[in-house]
Design a protein around this ligand. Structure first.
Ligand code: ADP
Ligand code: MG
Length: 853
């Protein structure tokens, strides 16, 4: 019989594979924790086992309140770590542990009665009077027809004013919803829901699909399924090894099913004949009867089943009950869904085969079927995309309306510049990009170009030549990087290059970061203001208030995804509409890039400088860990350095810090002969810079890090990167991480160590072994995992599309096409038909400061 811990490990892994939706067990972890705890305590043989059960139960209860998938993953990882003994017992439980006596446990062992310090939640009973078989004869199951095309109602004949009034009404307080009084409104406010509109857009985090239920008579062996039935018999049976099992029979009007819960005799006190339960598990044949062994069991929330087949599950806060919240949402939807004016013209919806907005909102919250949900999501995403796209197109138009200073260069100048400044010739792709830049800058329309190139593709050279064009025209130029360490690296490269310019003109280059003293900073400010500084390289410090340029001609932003449109706008504001070049190493699939960066022209460096050694990439099974460590040591002994990446991205502060520190402690022991340092996202920028610098100076041999190491700092001496939990990273991110090595003369290695395998993750990791083309990988990532990751990496102001994980290339292309069609016809969105859309675009731009990229 599997122990409680073993079962939990399986469940946790399953949960992780299923994407952390709290659906590995029916009813979720919190409910499950009650039975689990009993079982675990019954099996505890040491006080510390009891405490572990205690701690894990607390964590299971807490799980549904964890907001992001990543944090949930971490929680699971942490729990697995505790079960496997990789993680120490937290202080809080250690203290309680001291209070438990061995004696308490002995008694328990003899009596074999679980120690309860907390009563299990009673399973709801319905009693014999109300007892009716839940399931009726077979053909009674609600048939949900496939829905190829969403239905569309005739649009109400509201005038524009009336529509606007109705939209305005959605911004009323939640008390406008029937049944929401002041106290309910206060609960909602705790969840960040202040208005009706907030509620409308508070989408379920998952849906429980009760339409896939089966009747007992329909069950087939070896099938994993869910049935709803009524308990008809319960008893404790003594099984092998005198183990005491709980035996239960259930029936649903179509047949009877036997169930056996190994070792869980205590269930006899919790389950009553006549109760209705939801059972989920694998069906086997025992004797000649169907049986489920140790299925997941939940009491039936009858309301869910009887009102709707697919039940939305919302993220909740303390004190708000799932059922009553769901009821409120239902009221809200019933009251408002049909009162929402549709901002998207009917012709567009026709062309794109999209549902109307009322139907969409209704089905997002209470889907009639899975097809319905899919159509609703599509429409919902479409709205966000088309608004975004129209906003970006408008921005570009406004911005380009102000002329820029043209900066032409004579024929041959560029070749001379390149030959004198770089020891190598540019690759074809670098030259093509530079050529476009040169053409852009010669015009009186401001350049607005995105330069995409894989890590190591040589974007810096292109940037330096761009700076060169500006200073050749006696204009000032700025290069902005996301961290001061990157800024310093650029500063060294730019200075070295500019010193090699032939002729009398030597541009003056200055560095501007937060690390400067006040007087150093003032002197840079003066130099920029009076024009004695030609090129400034720096961080955000460049766009601070006090910074004024004499004549800024071009601004370059490196690692674009760390900056938003707002910052771009601020940088632009430093000159009279300077030319702008943004550079990113995040390979974004072309369709997505064209949409999200629709205001930018696109140059792609899709070629690596010659002579680059391929990074050998290998997927390593965790059982080979010892060998991997030896392999790393061999290289450290040769004087190389290594990165060890821990899979904690965007984690909550405490969890990330804790896990990273724990990984660091562990690796410090494994590599005790070497100098190990730690870098994680919760360190202050100065701390990070200090560590990075120390690592770059080889004061450390190994850097344990979360993904902050992804920002492009050159450590040519580092030639191994070990990525733990590699299966949890998207391809784009893995590729980005891999680019940390292979920057020097040494043959480099990327070792991917998954902690779980799914067919999808295996495919992904295999792709890493096979391809070193960031664009190929990004495209594949999008197909395999949706756009969630891609959007995540480029989020700057915390804004991210809702439902981004559902974003498909087709939908993006569709929205782009429709937006362009509207834009062609009516660029200022002046038609009545476009008025509501124009309102939405404006609201979006105001809310995000236009910061959608
Ligand atoms: P990234 O695109 O990641 O910013 P870098 O500009 O840092 O890449 O270039 C990576 C390395 O390649 C640098 O050491 C740079 O000197 C070198 N490099 C760039 N272009 C070429 C080229 N055309 N030929 C040879 N080496 C090059
Ligand atoms: Mg770079």
């Amino acid at each position: 019989m599997p122990s409680a811990l073993e079962t939990l490990v399986k469940i946790l892994k399953l949960e992780r594979e299923k994407g952390c939706q709290n659906n590995a067990v029916v009813g979720g972890f919190a409910a499950y924790s009650v039975t689990w705890k009993l079982q675990a305590q019954a099996q505890a043989r040491r006080p510390k086992h009891l405490m572990l059960a205690e701690e894990l139960t607390d964590l299971l209860k807490d799980y549904e309140h964890i907001e992001t998938q990543l944090e949930r993953m971490e929680q699971i990882e942490y729990m697995l770590g505790r079960i496997m003994g990789r993680q120490p017992m937290p202080e809080k439980y250690q203290q309680q542990l001291a209070d438990i006596k061995e004696g308490d446990l002995k008694k328990q062992e003899i009596a074999d009665v679980p120690v309860l310090d907390e009563k299990p939640e009673p399973i709801e009973t319905y009693g014999y009077d109300s007892f009716k078989p839940v399931a009726q004869p077979q053909n009674d199951l609600p048939e949900i027809p496939r829905l190829e095309r969403p239905p569309r109602r005739k649009r109400p004949n509201w005038s524009l004013d009336e529509s606007r009034e109705r939209l305005e009404a959605l911004h009323e307080s939640t008390t406008a919803v029937n049944g929401v009084g002041n106290s309910k409104a206060a609960d909602l406010a705790k969840m960040g829901l202040d208005t009706v509109n907030d509620m409308l857009h508070y989408l379920p985090r998952r849906y429980d699909d009760y339409t896939q239920l089966k009747y007992i008579s329909q069950l087939e062996p070896d099938e994993v399924t869910t049935v709803i039935a009524t308990v008809s018999k319960t008893e404790v049976r003594v099984g092998a090894n005198r183990r005491r099992d709980f035996y239960m029979e259930v029936e649903d009007g179509s047949g009877t099913l036997n169930t056996l819960f190994f070792g869980q005799h205590f269930l006899i006190r919790q389950v009553r004949v006549g109760q209705q339960v939801v059972l989920s598990g694998k069906v086997t044949i025992w004797g000649n009867r169907l049986q489920m062994s140790s299925p997941e069991m939940e009491r039936l929330d009858s309301e869910n089943l009887h009102t709707i087949g697919i039940v939305p599950v919302y993220r909740l806060t303390e004190g708000v009950k799932a059922r009553s919240f769901r009821r409120l949402m239902k009221k809200m939807i019933d009251q408002y869904a049909d009162a929402i004016p549709d901002a998207v013209p009917e012709t567009v919806l026709d062309r794109a085969e999209l549902a109307d907005i009322g139907w969409t909102m209704r089905n997002l919250h209470f889907p009639e079927g899975m097809d319905h949900l899919e159509h609703a999501r599509k429409r919902y995403l479409f709205d966000q995309l088309i608004t975004l796209q129209l906003g970006i197109l408008g921005n570009r138009r406004d911005w380009q309306a102000v002329p820029a200073d043209p900066m032409p260069v004579q024929d041959g100048w560029m070749d001379t510049f390149l030959a004198s400044v770089f020891p190598y010739t540019l690759t074809g792709a670098q030259q093509r990009s530079l050529h476009s830049i040169q053409e852009d800058m010669a015009k009186d329309v401001p350049m607005n170009r995105l330069l995409q190139g894989d890590v190591g593709s040589g974007k810096t050279a292109v940037a330096i030549a761009t700076l060169g064009i500006a200073v050749h025209n006696r204009k000032q130029a700025a290069l902005m990087a996301p961290t001061s360490i990157l800024a310093e690296q650029h500063y060294r490269n730019v200075t070295a290059a500019m010193e090699k310019i032939e002729g009398n003109f030597r541009p003056v280059v200055a560095l501007l970061t937060g690390a400067l003293t006040q007087s150093e900073r003032n002197s840079v400010y003066r130099g920029l203001d009076d024009g004695s500084i030609d090129i400034v390289v720096g961080t955000h410090a460049i766009i601070q208030e006090g910074v004024r340029f004499n004549d800024l001609g071009v601004a370059i932003i490196d690692e674009q995804h760390r900056f938003g449109v707002e910052q771009r706008a601020m940088l632009r504001g430093k000159g009279s509409n300077p030319h702008l070049l943004v550079m990113t190493a995040t390979p974004i699939p072309r369709t997505l890039a064209l949409t999200l960066y629709a205001d930018l022209d696109l140059s792609i460096i899709d070629e690596k400088p010659p002579g680059r050694q391929a990074i050998e990439t290998r997927v390593m099974d965790p059982v080979a860990r010892e060998r991997v460590y030896n392999f790393i040591e061999t290289h450290l002994d040769l004087g190389r350095q290594a990165f060890v990446v821990h899979p904690l991205v965007d984690a909550s502060e405490t969890v990330e810090a804790r896990s990273a520190v724990e990984a660091f402690d562990e690796l410090s022991q494994v590599f005790h002969r070497y100098r190990v340092c730690l870098l994680h996202g919760r360190m202050s920028p100065t701390e990070k810079d200090d560590i990075m610098n120390a690592f770059a100076n080889h004061e450390y041999d190994i850097m344990v890090t979360t993904t902050v190491a992804e920002v492009g700092v050159d450590i040519p001496n580092a030639n191994i990167i070990l990525i733990e939990g590699a299966n949890r990273f998207g391809l784009a991110q893995l590729h980005q991480l891999r680019g940390r090595v292979g920057r020097g003369e040494h043959k480099s290695f990327c070792l991917l160590m998954p902690d779980a395998y799914t067919p999808e993750s295996e495919q992904r990791l295999k792709a890493m072994e096979d391809s070193d083309d960031g664009f190929v990988l990004a495209e594949m990532d999008w197909q395999l995992r949706g756009a969630g990751d891609l959007m995540g990496t480029r989020q700057s102001g915390g804004h991210i599309l809702q439902l981004a994980e559902e974003l498909s290339p087709e939908l993006v292309a569709l929205a782009r096409q429709e937006a362009r069609t509207i834009y062609e016809e009516d660029p200022y969105l002046e038609f009545d038909d476009h008025a509501l859309l124009a309102d939405k675009v404006q609201a979006l731009m105001e809310r995000d400061g236009g910061d959608m990229s």
